[in-house]
Design a protein around this ligand. Structure first.
Ligand code: PMV
Length: 279
């Protein structure tokens, strides 16, 4: 049995595709994979698992069963976690160990098949774990943070678009370059605050608003964000987003989180509590 965590992008999604730094952390929820004789639990991940088995050096005689706590396609790194867990469990089954750098490379191959021009931020987060800074093509840097930071991950609804479609949509935004620059600047500030034990919630909120300008946050998620902001918390979507239906998970932090939880319960909106920097 192999466990691989999901991830949350704290800041820098989309800008990371254009070479900016993203800050990303693994979370407590994840996926479990085991090699079985007859697989009956592929769920949404059937092709992803098949590709990952092949990429790990396995053949059609190997089946892998996946149990997942991660909502699919909602920004918590489900596909990267499924791919990494599958590759690792197949390698263990074949009696071959796999180091993190190779696991990252092979998970990245799976992500490319699923997502096209993927930056690699998701595989980096789920393979290296903890809180990291990731720059496309340059690998990771581990960040030391003073004490764990609590956040709520609020479900704005499952996007109907894939990450690939959202990345393509951003590519067409005529204001993309300026917004990407602004996001890059903000991420640098968040990193400095994290490393010096300062506050990051207002900066994340600004990143959230820039993602709205980038055009990756739908009407429903924008309405919910405004409502939550009016109660004094910071809000940003995490991951690729979506505009036709939901926009995936949103990070909510700062303010009175207990009050937020009551409000979300009353509205029947799903949320998860997580901590970053403490793993
Ligand atoms: O797949 P998601 O929703 O976790 O988003 C990945 C982050 C993007 O920056 C939108 C795409 C990428 O490859 O970096």
């Amino acid at each position: 049995m192999v466990f691989t965590p999901g991830k949350v992008i704290l800041c820098g999604e989309h800008a990371v595709v254009y070479g900016k730094q993203a800050l990303v952390a693994s979370i407590g929820l994840g996926v479990r994979a085991r090699v079985v004789k007859i697989s009956n639990n592929f769920g949404d991940s059937k092709n992803l698992v098949k590709n990952a088995i092949k990429i790990a050096g396995g053949d059609e005689n190997i089946s892998v069963e996946i149990e997942s706590e991660l909502p699919v396609g909602s920004g918590l790194g489900s596909s990267a976690a499924v791919a990494a867990a599958t590759i690792k469990v197949v390698r263990e089954y074949l009696g071959k160990s796999i180091e993190k750098d190779e696991l990252f490379k092979l998970t990245m191959e799976c992500e490319k098949i699923a997502h096209g021009n993927a930056s690699g931020v998701d595989p980096a987060a789920v393979v290296y774990r903890g809180l990291i800074s990731y720059v496309k093509g340059q690998g990771i840097e581990r960040l030391e943070v003073k004490g764990p930071i609590k956040l709520l991950l609020v479900d704005s609804g499952k996007p109907t678009e894939s990450t690939k479609e959202m990345v393509e949509l951003v590519a067409k935004n005529p204001e993309r370059e300026e917004i990407v620059e602004e996001i890059g600047g903000l991420v640098g500030k968040v990193r400095r605050e994290l490393e010096s034990g300062g506050r990051i919630s207002e900066l994340l909120d600004q990143n959230g608003k820039l993602l709205e300008s980038l055009g990756v946050v739908g009407k429903g998620a924008r309405k919910l964000s405004d409502e939550l902001r009016s109660l004094g918390v910071s809000v940003k979507i995490t991951g690729a987003g979506g505009i036709r239906a939901g926009s995936g998970m949103m990070i909510v932090m700062g303010g009175d989180l207990a009050k937020m939880k009551r409000l979300l319960k009353n509205k029947h909106i799903n949320y998860f509590e997580t901590e970053i920097g403490g793993q």
